[in-house]
Design a protein around this ligand. Structure first.
Ligand SMILES: [Zn+2]
Ligand SMILES: [Zn+2]
Length: 191
């Protein structure tokens, strides 16, 4: 996409007038109009403000390129998890995303299938699943979250060191369990 058209289409997406963008940047709306007609482009000092206002990263503005995902309707089967190595922020997404936290780009975790150390035992208790981990829950090594992905919902359980290594959660039809070990990352179990 040409850069000038890109600025125009992003501005429209934000439902902002040229004047509103210009005011937010403390520049004249004639300048915005010029950019959108392909007459010149923002210099580096203005780029930062522009990318902030349009809600897009600077790389995208510079390249005039916004990679659009194919519509997948947020299909739960495509769920991906991201954990920030710095602040432990946990993010999930059902599509292809560019995820960043603490100034780093995060890669989607690749779930492993269970090994002996990351084995879970599942039993049915009334309307629930009772899940037991054969895994330490110590500060240096523990399961920090458990997620149950159903067809139309996610049940997310945050876990903490020193807590017992079992959880109970309402049963849904089918689905997938994911859990995250602070040392060995993401594990998956298909029901
Ligand atoms: Zn972070
Ligand atoms: Zn582990």
């Amino acid at each position: 996409m040409e850069q000038y058209f890109f600025i125009l289409s992003l501005r429209k997406e934000k439902k902002m007038t040229q004047k509103e963008v210009a005011d937010a940047m403390h520049i004249s709306d004639k300048t915005i109009s010029k950019w959108e007609r392909g007459m010149g482009c923002p210099d580096v000092t203005l780029l930062k403000a522009l990318s902030h206002i349009l809600g897009i990263n600077m790389d995208s503005i510079l390249s005039g390129n916004m990679d659009l995902n194919e519509l997948n309707g947020g299909n739960m089967k495509h769920i991906k998890f991201y954990v920030c190595p710095n602040c432990n922020n946990i993010i999930h997404s059902t599509g292809v995303s560019e995820i960043a936290c603490c100034g780093r780009k995060l890669e989607a975790l690749v779930a492993k299938t269970m090994d002996d150390a990351h084995k879970i035992t599942i039993s049915k208790v009334e309307y629930d699943y009772h899940i037991t981990f054969n895994h330490p829950m110590e500060k240096e090594h523990y399961i920090s979250f458990f997620a149950y992905i159903g067809i139309d919902r996610i049940l997310f359980i945050r876990m903490y060191p020193e807590q017992s290594s079992e959880i109970r959660l309402p049963r849904m039809q089918g689905g997938t369990f994911y859990f995250y070990c602070t040392n060995h990352e993401l594990w998956r179990y298909n029901l």
